[in-house]
Every structure is written in C-alpha cells, then in structure tokens.
Design a protein around this ligand. Structure first.
Ligand code: KG4
Ligand code: ZN
Length: 354
C-alpha cells in the first residue's frame, strides 16, 4: 500500500460501517453491521434502538475492518466520519468514536456529508477490481435513498449544483411504504424488486407525477394511488382490506410491485436523462440504496447508452450505506485540506447543495 489511507466511519442511520480506503478509490476493508433484522419487527427504524446498536457494534466492526485490511490505526493518514444528515443519536456515536480515535492516535479528523458519500461510492474499486477510469466532468449524480432523492450537476470534484429533488417522500421511503401495504415487510425496496421480477401481468396502471419541466419529483401521490390500487386488488381477490389479514396471491403482488416500481423508475430515469442532456454531462453517477434496484439500473443504463453517456453505478452493496463511500468522499475533502476539530457536531439536516 503506497497511497493515502483513510479510516472511515458511517453511522448515520441503521448500518454501522467502517472501511479502509486508499486514495479515495481502492477498498482494503469495508465492514457493515446491518440493523435490518433488529428493526424488522417494528417495520421501521426506532432512533433510540439504532443508536444503541451502533454503540454495541462499532468496536467489533472496527476490529474486523483493521484485521481485513491488515492494518492498524497507526497506519492511517486520517479518520473520516459522517456528521450528517441522519439521526442525531446515531451520528453522535460515529462522531464521538472518530474523535476518540483521531485524538488518541494523533490523526487528522475529516467530517463527511453522507450524501456526498453516496455520490462518491461511484469512484470506489473493490480489492481485486481492475482500475477503471471515471467519465470526465460534467457529471450528473442521482442520489436515491431511504431519506433522500435528488439530482445534482458536478462540474468538478466536490462542486454541486442542485437540479431538483423530491418535494415530499424519498424514493426509498415510497418503496418501504408500499412494501408494507403489500405485506412484504421491512425494508420494502429489495422485497418489491424481487417480487417484481416474477410479474407476468403488467396491466395495472400506476400514475406518474411529472411536475412539468422541473427536475423535482414527488412520490406521495403514487403512494396514495398504490394504497387505492392495492385495496381494489384485495377486494377483487375477496380479501379483507387490512393487509395483515392475509396476503394477496403472489402473482398479484408481483404485478402490483412491478407497476409501482415501473412508475418510480420511469420518472427517475426520464428526469435524470433529461438533466444529463441539458447540462451536457459526460457521465451519470447513481448512488443510494434505491440505486441497487435492478430495474432502475437497467433502465437508466439503456437510455444513457443510447445517448453515448457513460454510466457509473456501484454494485448494490456500495449503493446502500457503508463506510467505504465515506472514505471515498473523505479522501477528496482531506486532499482539499479540510480538517474537522474535536468540536465536530452532528448535523441531522445537513444539505449537500442548495
Ligand atoms: O442509502 P440507504 O442504505 O440508506 C439511506 O441513506 O436512506 O437506502 C435505504 C433505502 C431503503 O428505503 C430501501 O428500501 C431502499 O434503499 N432499497 C431499495 C433496494 N435496496 C434498498 N429500493 C429499491 N430496490 C432495491 N433493490
Ligand atoms: Zn444513505
């Protein structure tokens, strides 16, 4: 290892992630302790429970990351940590841990915006992966996660111009809510994506909110429409209205999942491609948990290819929250000379760009 090594920590939501990343690209270790099983019974994240789980897992996750990379904290050039946006209690666990490590080992501390991490996941290379060139700027980045959905133009590293975003629910939030209505449990995104693969009939029409020429999107109307369409399907199947009183037949769930997913991917793909064309983007970068959705990936990739625009989509494990993406963004901030003090505080509503 000859490059600059960043130890990076992510704890903004329900994954405890710690990674070692060289020069903002090469992953040496990327350990994620997921709380999905912990939050499944409540059908969503309970902030108190999440913060306590981060406390429980952060030391073992660090130990495993160091062991995987064959490194010690002494070997790293800086400690990077997510300081927002996210759940205050969860963020504070990572921030305080990062401060303690940086202070005890005399390492510089770098604060990283979680959303910037999702963008920079596109730069990451897995341990054995061949070098891969990134498309030149300008780029358009679409971040679609459980808490955020927005499009930005990047004219250079760390330089964002906000193009548009959701005016109500995030895409992942819509997946999770509709997943619950379909009785698919938490989180709904992966379950809807799996169910949609089996769809045969594709006749139920889910609305699209185009919001004119803007790059904004809206998913709350779609969620309400999904509730109504699911109610109709349940009545047709002779089932009680409450989804807890017996599931729809698998074929109907598949059809509904496909229809909902098609509406989301249709709008996101169209807006992203139009934004890329308008700013003359040489590439499109996808990030965030919903970017692991196979239909969305395929749809945007096909449309970008038809226009000669390069696509950068991290593998699914790098789309969802992880420490390596914080190391990728943190390295850029570190090289740019940014340092955080020991007064670094959680910023639950930190924006990426306005
Ligand atoms: O980026 P992420 O791990 O956490 C946030 O920063 O929010 O995103 C989590 C979100 C959840 O809403 C989850 O349902 C969604 O990403 N998600 C998916 C898929 N995998 C995860 N949504 C659609 N299709 C998927 N395959
Ligand atoms: Zn995220």
């Amino acid at each position: 290892m000859t490059g600059r090594l960043i130890l990076s920590i992510e704890s903004s939501c329900d994954e405890t992630g710690i990674a070692l990343v060289e020069d903002g690209r090469r992953i040496h270790a990327n350990v994620v302790a997921s709380q999905v099983a912990l939050h499944a019974p409540t059908g969503g994240i309970v902030p108190e429970v999440a913060a306590r789980a981060h406390l429980r897992w952060i030391v073992p996750v660090l130990d495993e990351a160091l062991a995987t990379a064959g490194a010690t904290v002494r070997d790293v050039d800086a400690v990077a940590v997510t300081y927002g946006p996210g759940l205050a209690g969860s963020l504070l666990v990572g921030i305080n841990f990062a401060k303690a490590l940086a202070w005890a080992h005399g390492k510089p501390l770098v604060g990283v915006n979680h959303l910037e991490g999702h963008v920079y996941a596109g730069w990451l290379l897995d341990p054995g992966e061949a070098e891969r060139e990134m498309p030149p700027f300008p780029l358009v980045a679409l971040v679609v996660s459980g808490g955020h959905t927005f499009l930005v133009e990047m004219r250079d590293h760390l330089d964002y111009r906000y193009l548009g975003g959701t005016i109500d629910d995030a895409a992942g939030e819509a997946f999770d809510k509709v997943g619950r209505l379909l009785g698919l449990g938490y989180p709904g995104g992966p379950a809807i994506s799996r169910a949609a693969e089996d769809a045969v009939a594709k006749d139920r029409v889910f609305p699209r909110a185009w919001l004119g020429d803007s790059y904004d999107v809206s998913f709350s109307g779609l969620k309400t429409a999904a509730r109504r369409i699911i109610a109709v399907a349940r009545a047709e199947a002779g089932l009680p209205a409450d989804e807890r009183e017996g599931p729809l037949p698998d074929a109907v769930i598949a059809e509904l999942a496909w229809g909902f997913q098609d509406s989301v991917t249709d709008v996101l793909a169209a807006k992203t491609i139009r934004a890329a064309e308008e700013v003359g983007a040489r590439g499109i970068v996808l990030g965030g948990g919903v970017a692991s959705n196979a239909a969305l990936r395929a749809r945007i990739s096909a449309e970008a290819a038809a226009r000669g625009i390069a696509m950068v989509i991290p593998r699914p494990g790098l789309c969802t929250d992880n420490g390596a993406m914080i190391g990728a963004a943190g390295a850029r901030r570190f090289v740019a000379g940014e340092r955080a003090g020991l007064d670094l505080d959680a910023r639950p509503s930190l924006p990426l760009a306005r």
